[in-house]
Design a protein around this ligand. Structure first.
Ligand SMILES: Nc1ncnc2c1ncn2[C@@H]1O[C@H](COP(=O)(O)OP(=O)(O)OP(=O)(O)O)[C@@H](O)[C@H]1O
Ligand SMILES: [Mg+2]
Length: 266
């Protein structure tokens, strides 16, 4: 299982948008996809629950684990009685819950527990996507400790790009303090770029110069079709030229991210 954390402490930069489209991309490729929502806002959770609602055959869950349980000690495999919530086909969810807000106060030892839980589930999944909350510190550390890769969507306004330095500092801390020496920065994705706004073009150019290869070549432009597609991939139900462009751009981004992680469909 490859685990990708999608992170940026700045709010509204496209973490969940990217998480949900990567999840759909992975599901469509036949990969067994585990979606973990570490954000108590529950946006990623809602997307997966909508997916689950389309599968009437799924029985009511009695033992599905929620994300705050990832911070409790691991109980061994089959006896644990807790598992991700099946969402149809090859997708499953560890849903965000209100108790996640308490993670901020947990000691370091507890922040390594989600990694142990996910390791115990690794045999059942090919890809694990972790959506994170807009915050630095403990909740982010837990995701970075659990992940193989961290992917950082970012808008091109100055406040957001300035914030990347703090994010990179936290990533480096996790690597250098030995909390997760294998963690790799998959890249930064420029999101919500307005094709007609000069400010955005200048911002995108300076991101390119500053980040070099760390910036993912494909860009997500600001598109109404991307905004409204909360419960389905952007590339479903295309209407009109703008929607088709949004679909194409999102597909290109997902393909490129998969290539960077050497993920293959089955
Ligand atoms: N490329 C885009 N074009 C248009 N709207 C977008 C685009 N990307 C994201 N949005 C919209 O911007 C808003 C914020 O996006 P999203 O929820 O993905 O950000 P986030 O980083 O997960 O936010 P938070 O930090 O609150 O979790 C959403 O309404 C989303 O639909
Ligand atoms: Mg979000």
């Amino acid at each position: 299982m490859i685990t990708i954390a999608i992170a940026n402490q700045k709010g509204g930069v496209g973490k969940t948008t990217l998480a949900r489209n990567l999840a759909f991309h992975s599901i469509e490729r036949g990969l067994r996809t585990l979606c973990v929502d570490l954000d108590p806002q529950k946006n990623f959770t809602k997307t997966l629950l909508a997916q689950r609602a389309q599968h009437a055959e799924l029985s009511l869950p009695t033992d599905a684990m929620s994300a705050s349980q990832l911070f409790q000690p691991v109980v061994s495999g089959a006896d644990s009685g807790v598992r991700p919530l099946a969402c149809g086909g090859n997708a499953a969810l560890i849903a965000a819950d209100r108790e996640l807000v308490d993670v901020a106060a947990l000691p370091l030892e507890a922040l390594t527990l989600p990694r142990k839980w996910l390791e115990s589930l690794a045999g059942a999944f090919d890809l694990c996507l972790i959506d994170t909350a807009p915050t630095l510190g403990n909740p982010l550390y837990a995701a970075l400790i659990a992940a193989d890769y961290v992917l950082c969507p970012c808008t091109v306004d100055q406040d957001a790009t300035d914030g990347l330095a703090d994010l990179f500092e936290d990533i480096a801390r996790v690597q250098q303090l030995g909390w997760n020496t294998e963690l790799k920065l998959l890249g930064v994705l420029a999101n919500c770029v307005n094709t007609r706004r000069v400010y955005d073009q200048v911002g995108l150019q300076s991101l390119r110069e500053g980040l070099g290869e760390l910036l993912i070549d494909s860009v997500l432009y600001e598109r109404a079709a991307t905004k409204v597609a909360k419960d389905r991939p952007v590339w479903r139900s295309q209407r009109g030229e703008s929607h088709a462009r949004a679909a194409q751009e999102m597909k290109a981004v997902c393909d490129q991210i998969f290539r960077r992680t050497a993920l293959q469909g089955v």
